[in-house]
Ligand binder design. Structure first.
Ligand code: TPP
Length: 566
């Protein structure tokens, strides 16, 4: 005889699950122990939402879903923010929620909540197995649905009555391990059409999204870029599919490249808010888009594509590369499109260089990031969140390998950073033990999941957390101004909503564990601290960099989040 706990744990193991992230409590205490007994690795978190961010990042990095384990009611509700983030980012994750005994439902059971119904809008599959013996069927289905097609979240609801239900072993549903998702090949005629359009273009541009990174399309896309010389622009998490240091990367001329291009090859990126919906004035109103996406429902979204190809990114990129190679098509480095991109790029780089050379204290963002970039390993995984911290950071902190940047993403979610970093550190431990994980956080962003520091300590994860501290959300106030504001009246009436306590010594959180963090105000402090932390390989570090609370981004041409679209 086996009970539901054991059946669930063994079914997950059978489906190739390696990691479970969660918080235990009634009714999933035994389940967590059965999971460890079945050989699954379990990491306990301090908030279920952070556990869910970790699990989805692990899914993104490995293409294998990880599991989030949570208790009923409030536990599951904490996870839902994470599930929504996974859905919007299109990353696989499986959530398993305990729920109250079925015969307590409807009469006020402990932490009773309509969990399947609550999860449904935030995932691809939500179900409660009707009996313990059918759990393996639903576990396989959860794995399949969260990884096949456009990846996303899956939810399984396990009431206490099912977890404790005993079943004769021979009656337990048998199901084979779900194979990896099939590779989708593009329609060859569409590839020919796409190649023709590119060859006729005067100003072709390639945009690489995180769908390309998830799809492991780096070899094919690099071949395409290297053989044709097409200029490319990565989205934030598309960074590294082709190295940021490649001469064809036109991130420094982003606005110009988007505005001027007449034919855009869109590989695994969506024309949503991050790409200004593909609309004028950020794009030519008659721009021709060649769109490649795994998900057919995404095709023609926001802008009608000239060529719309449902395909894995790797197979389509290879197909286009092969046709263009046959015609020996490449972009002449002396043509005006390329020259203008370079001129624009050089101009923008000079502005950034000037800002980053100003090392006066208090520091500005650009100086802080340049001096971080100068001393970090070129192959580190960078997790990042915040507003200015994340946006400016992504322009200066380079990625030369795919899936080496994890950030607030399409959903713009604060709170993801530490969970993502934990997943990245586990990924490194298993696949590249010398690779380092950097977690670059705004001070506000850090606050959303700062207690996960204890999780990092417990599991000996050598993550370097860098906090860019400006005393607030977007910006804050210097200590004297903050003191004067607070002294001027009732704090709830006078403290500006963007303000956080000035000069908070977040690095002292490490002292709770008998360790030391670093408080930095100058570029010398920053570089010394990073070099020291890079020597530590069995625990997290915190580097708290105090910058000018009023520091801002360089002047922007568009107020892109609020400009009207349609
Ligand atoms: N809550 C969530 C879950 N996500 C959000 N995006 C926000 C609130 C709104 N928000 C956007 S950025 C941000 C907040 C709260 C924090 C920005 O401040 P900080 O992390 O300190 O970075 P900075 O811009 O100051 O560098």
């Amino acid at each position: 005889m086996k009970n539901g706990n054991q059946i669930t744990a063994e079914a997950l193991k059978e489906q190739g699950i390696e990691y479970v992230f969660g918080i235990i409590g009634h009714p999933v205490i035994d389940l967590a122990m059965f999971m460890q007994m079945a050989g699954l690795q379990y990491l306990g978190f301090r908030n279920e939402q952070a556990a869910c961010y970790a699990a989805q990042a692990y899914g993104y990095l490995t293409r294998k879903p990880a599991v989030v384990l949570c208790v009923s009611g409030p536990g599951l509700l904490h996870v839902i923010g994470g599930m929504a983030n996974a859905q919007v980012n299109c990353w696989p994750v499986i959530v398993i929620g305990g729920s109250c005994p079925q015969d307590h439902e409807g009469i006020g059971g402990f932490q009773e909540w309509p969990q399947v119904e609550s999860s449904k809008p935030h995932c691809k599959y939500a179900a409660r197995p009707p009996s313990a013996k059918l759990i393996p069927l639903h576990v396989e289905k959860a794995v399949r649905l969260c990884t096949y097609g456009r990846p996303g979240a899956a939810y399984l609801d396990l009431p206490a009555t099912i977890l404790t239900q005993s079943v004769d072993e021979e009656h337990i549903y048998k199901v084979a391990r779900c194979p990896p998702p099939p590779l989708i090949f593009p329609d060859h005629q569409l590839l020919e059409k796409a190649a023709n359009l590119l060859m006729q273009a005067r100003k072709p541009l390639l945009i690489v999204g995180k769908g390309a990174a998830y799809g492991r399309a780096e070899t094919e896309i690099r071949n395409l870029v290297y053989s044709t010389g097409i200029p490319f622009l990565p989205t934030p998490m598309g960074k590294g599919v082709v190295p940021d240091t490649d001469e064809r990367c036109v991130s420094s001329a982003r606005t110009y490249a988007l505005q001027q291009s007449d034919v855009i090859l869109l590989l695994g990126a969506r024309l949503n808010w991050m790409l200004h919906f593909g609309h004028s004035p950020r794009f030519q109103s008659d721009v021709k888009v060649i769109q490649v996406d795994l998900c057919p429902e995404e095709l023609h979204n926001s802008v009608s594509s000239a060529v719309a190809i449902q395909s894995d990114i790797s197979t389509a990129a290879h197909g286009i590369f092969t046709i263009l190679k046959k015609y020996k098509w490449s972009i002449d480095k002396n043509n005006s499109w390329w020259k203008n991109l370079l001129t624009k790029s050089d101009k923008n780089k000079a502005i950034v260089r000037k800002l980053s050379m100003d090392v006066s204290v208090p520091l500005n963002y650009y100086a802080a990031f340049k001096h971080i970039q100068d001393v970090i390993p070129p192959d580190c995984i960078i997790c990042s969140e915040g507003a200015n911290t994340m946006d400016i950071g992504k322009t200066i902190l380079l990625n030369n390998e795919p899936r080496h940047r994890l950030d607030a993403g399409t959903f713009g979610t604060m709170g993801v950073g530490l969970g993502f970093a934990i997943a990245a550190a586990l990924y490194c431990k298993n696949n590249a033990p010398t690779k380092r994980v950097l977690c670059v956080e705004g001070d506000s962003a850090f606050g959303f999941s700062g207690m996960e520091i204890e999780t990092m300590i417990r599991y000996k994860l050598p993550i370097i957390i860098i906090i860019i501290n400006n005393n607030g959300i977007y910006n804050g106030f210097d200590s004297e101004t903050f003191r004067q504001i607070q002294a001027s009246g009732e704090p709830t009436l006078v403290t500006p909503p963007n303000s956080l306590t000035s000069e908070t010594h977040y690095e002292k959180m490490l002292e709770m564990f008998g360790r030391k963090g670093y408080f930095c105000t100058s570029v010398q402090d920053i570089q010394r601290a990073i070099k020291t932390c890079l020597q530590v390989n069995d625990s997290p570090s915190i580097i708290n960099i105090m910058i000018d609370p009023q520091a801002d981004r360089k002047e922007q041409k568009f107020n892109w989040l609020t400009e009207s679209k349609l």
